[in-house]
Design a protein around this ligand. Structure first.
Ligand SMILES: *[C@@H]1O[C@H](CO)[C@@H](O)[C@H](O)[C@H]1NC(C)=O
Ligand SMILES: *[C@@H]1O[C@H](CO)[C@@H](O)[C@H](O)[C@H]1NC(C)=O
Ligand SMILES: *[C@@H]1O[C@H](CO)[C@@H](O)[C@H](O)[C@H]1NC(C)=O
Ligand SMILES: *[C@@H]1O[C@H](CO)[C@@H](O)[C@H](O)[C@H]1NC(C)=O
Ligand SMILES: *[C@@H]1O[C@H](CO)[C@@H](O)[C@H](O)[C@H]1NC(C)=O
Length: 500
């Protein structure tokens, strides 16, 4: 998740202790709104409560404990922010039973201390996404780690999100601009200073869409989870002009279809600083890249304007989105089309394709407040190493569903990333302006609830057929004036498109 605004920088000294190694945590993928009741705002402004379809908003969770005795919580693992915060059991949403990953009662912990009442407020880039409450500190454990004492945490009593977040970014990107303590040690800082890891570095393996678990390894790299070489990429300055987030230089985006034909999606000379953000569901690049991909896949904007839809059968289509990083000597990550087919929004009777309509897990910077973001729909195909101490990220092609075996190399103190073979140094610029995307047709209604699928221009042979996916009925489209009330894509999907 990307913060709306970054924090100011204060240098902080931490003591280092010799380390035994690394800490591996399993990740659990889930869609937080799945099968849950949510409030949906109708086009006329009224609000009703509906059971969501499969939401497109996927998250990757880790288990932690907070307090003495320990209270169990699940939190989103987020490379796009830096604070650990959890929902307070006094929050309205939790009292209503919606905090299903646990909540925290500070009154029930003998080690909890208040740092600043009412001082915690984190605002993510998605509209309305603010969680606020107290700053406190307590003993925590992360995925069964040894205890970390006096970890600063946000305890949120005013919630937008029904569960907390563990940010694993730079301490200089904390949300505590006005905190009396200034920049404070993050969980990652404390894992290092307590000797659990040697370097503020970790690797991330989300694994593919169908897999239920991936892993984050603090202080280590699993060399069985990627193919080819890990290539180191110097981190690029963020919007504030300093390196305090995981921005890498993306230098080309193209699509290779099932016939081997490649369509260049990024413009000539493209060199974009782009955030590696596990807390954002979708990938949000520039408008022209989005439009080229959306038209190629035959996407349509759903009538509510909240989602881009493609036939669900594209989950078996052949073709890859190729992302190249770092320029000369860089690395290319191939993302199969199947990895950008999100949750189903429309059934076959509601969408002009027998497989139904699924959300395209891709968008424009307008969906994120103007940032260029490589979210989960990119990260699932990459093995990514993040190194705060040396301001470097390294990427390689992930080997999906590599179960059983593992071979973990400890990341030592110092500067080199073990088994990274090359460094690619192209610099990237930040996005300057964000315009609304253009050119993607808006779906319209055929009969009572049919929504037209677009016609892909890419060749996308699926496993069940060799014809292109999707269908055209443009003449039928002309008959329809009314916007459907159906708009199955309510608040849940809207939130999904934005990510966090
Ligand atoms: C977290 O804890 C819950 C409840 O015990 C468990 O179902 C889930 O599998 C755990 N997740 C991970 C990633 O270990
Ligand atoms: C803790 O107890 C105090 C006083 O009993 C109460 O006002 C507060 O809401 C409680 N906090 C939480 C998070 O339950
Ligand atoms: C938190 O910060 C946001 C953005 O500055 C502000 O709109 C909101 O009112 C604040 N909320 C609380 C509870 O302080
Ligand atoms: C792009 O991906 C395809 C596989 O879909 C691969 O054959 C091709 O070599 C890739 N292009 C580059 C530049 O890596
Ligand atoms: C699609 O890809 C699979 C393997 O990924 C391959 O077996 C199949 O032949 C491909 N189909 C077409 C039509 O290219």
């Amino acid at each position: 998740m990307h913060l709306l605004a970054g924090a100011t920088i204060v240098a902080l000294a931490t003591s280092c202790v010799a380390s035994p190694g690394y800490l591996k945590l399993d990740l659990q993928r889930r869609s937080p709104y799945e099968g849950r009741l949510i409030r949906r705002q109708n086009p006329d402004g009224s609000v009703d409560t509906v059971l969501t379809q499969n939401s497109n908003k996927l998250e990757y969770l880790v288990n932690i404990t907070v307090g003495t005795p320990p209270q169990d919580l699940g939190v989103t693992l987020d490379t796009g922010s830096s604070d650990l915060w959890i929902p307070a059991s006094s929050a309205k949403l939790c009292k209503q039973g919606q905090c299903d990953l646990g909540d925290f009662d500070p009154n029930a912990s003998t080690t909890y201390k208040v740092i600043e009442q009412g001082g915690f407020n984190i605002t993510y880039a998605a509209p309305g996404d603010t969680d606020a409450g107290d700053w406190g500190s307590d003993t925590i454990t992360v995925g069964g780690s040894p205890s970390i004492d006096s970890q600063q945490i946000g305890v949120a009593s005013q919630l937008f999100d029904p569960h907390g977040v563990m940010g694993i970014g730079f301490d200089t990107n904390e949300a505590n601009n006005d905190s009396p303590s200034g920049v404070y040690p993050t969980v990652l800082d404390n894992l290092k200073s307590s000797g659990i890891i040697n370097r503020k570095a970790f690797s991330l393996y989300l694994n593919d869409f169908e897999a239920t678990t991936g892993a984050v390894i603090f202080g280590g790299i699993d060399t069985t989870k990627y193919s080819g070489d890990l290539v180191a990429l110097p981190l690029q300055p963020g919007p504030q002009g300093i390196v305090s987030e995981y921005y890498v230089t993306l230098t080309s985006v193209s699509f290779t279809d099932s016939t081997g034909q490649t369509t260049q999606l990024s413009p000539q000379g493209y060199s974009q600083a782009t955030l590696l953000d596990s807390g954002t569901t979708n990938t949000l690049l520039t408008d022209d890249i989005f439009t080229g991909l959306a038209l190629g896949l035959g996407a349509v904007t759903d009538p509510s304007g909240e989602a881009y839809l493609i036939p669900c059968s594209l989950s078996t289509a052949n073709g890859t989105i190729n992302y190249s990083f770092g320029g000369d000597g860089g690395v290319t990550i191939q993302v199969p089309v199947s990895q950008v087919v999100g949750g189903q929004g429309y059934t076959s009777s509601q969408f002009d394709d027998p497989s139904g309509g699924c959300v395209l897990a891709f968008g424009t910077p307008a969906d994120s407040g103007g940032f260029s973001i490589l979210g989960d729909s990119f990260l699932r195909s990459a093995y990514a190493v993040f190194d705060i101490d040396n301001k470097v990220a390294a990427l390689a092609q992930a080997v999906e569903n590599e179960a059983g075996t593992s071979s973990i190399v400890v990341i030592p103190t110092g500067t080199n990333i073990p088994s990274a073979t090359a460094t690619a140094t192209a610099t990237g610029t930040q996005l300057t302006a964000v315009a609304a995307e253009t050119g993607v047709p808006t779906a319209s209604v055929q009969g009572s609830s049919m929504i037209l699928a677009g016609t892909p221009t890419f060749s996308l042979a699926t496993s069940s057929s060799t014809t292109t996916v999707g269908s055209t009925s443009s003449s039928a489209a002309a008959n329809n004036a009314a916007v459907p009330t159906a708009a199955l894509l309510g608040l849940g999907l809207a939130a999904g498109i934005m990510g966090l």
